[in-house]
Design a protein around this ligand. Structure first.
Ligand SMILES: [Zn+2]
Ligand SMILES: [Zn+2]
Length: 170
C-alpha cells in the first residue's frame, strides 16, 4: 500500500536474513481482516512514515530460518503471527488474563522496516511489524506463536488468529 484509500499494488520485495532476535517465515496463508481493509479503504489513518507498507497481520507460516538469539523456534516449526508482541517474560505476558506486553510495543515493531522494495532497494514496512501478504516475512520472534502439527491444516488455523489476543486459542 502506497497511499491510504488507493488500490494496493503487487511488488517484488527483498527479505533479509534474520537478525539476532528475528525469524524468517514462509507464509502458508494469510487472513483478510477488517483492520487491513479499513486502512486500504481509507476509513482509518496510518502514520505516513509507515508507508509504503505490505498489509496483512494474520497468518500461518513455517519457520524458514532463525536468528542467533532465537532458541524457542527452529526451522520447520508451524507458527501463527501475532500483531501484539509477546516477550513471554514480563509480568503481563505471564499473567493468563492479560497480554499487553510491557516490554514489546506494537507501534515500535511496525515502525521498523522489515522489507526492501526490489525495484529501488528502499525500505518498506510490514503492517503491525508483519505484512503477511508476502510470501516470506521477517519478524521478531516475539510476534510468532508455535502451534502443534495437530492444528493442521494451517489454512484453517489462521482464521483464529485475532482471537489469540483474547487468550482463547492457547
Ligand atoms: Zn485481524
Ligand atoms: Zn511481555
Amino acid at each position: 500500500m502506497y497511499e491510504i484509500g488507493k488500490p494496493l499494488k503487487i511488488e517484488n520485495v527483498l527479505i533479509d536474513v534474520p537478525g539476532e532476535d528475528q525469524v524468517r517465515l514462509q507464509m502458508v496463508s494469510a487472513g483478510l481482516c477488517a483492520s487491513d481493509a479499513h486502512h486500504v479503504w481509507g476509513e482509518q489513518e496510518l502514520p505516513a512514515q509507515f508507508l509504503p507498507m505490505v498489509m496483512g497481520h494474520e497468518g500461518a507460516a513455517i519457520v524458514e530460518s532463525v536468528g542467533a538469539n532465537v532458541t524457542s523456534f527452529k526451522t520447520g516449526d508451524f507458527v501463527l503471527t501475532t500483531f501484539m508482541p509477546q516477550c513471554r517474560k514480563c509480568s503481563v505476558c505471564l499473567n493468563p488474563r492479560t497480554n499487553l506486553c510491557e516490554k514489546e510495543n506494537g507501534m515500535a515493531v511496525m515502525s521498523q522496516a522489515n522489507k526492501k522494495l526490489a525495484s529501488n532497494n528502499s525500505d518498506i514496512f510490514g503492517y503491525c511489524g508483519l505484512g503477511t501478504y508476502s510470501e516470506f516475512i521477517l519478524v521478531r520472534f516475539s510476534q510468532i506463536v508455535k502451534v502443534s502439527y495437530f492444528f493442521m491444516p494451517l489454512l484453517v488455523i489462521f482464521t483464529f488468529f485475532c482471537f489469540y489476543r483474547l487468550k482463547i486459542l492457547l
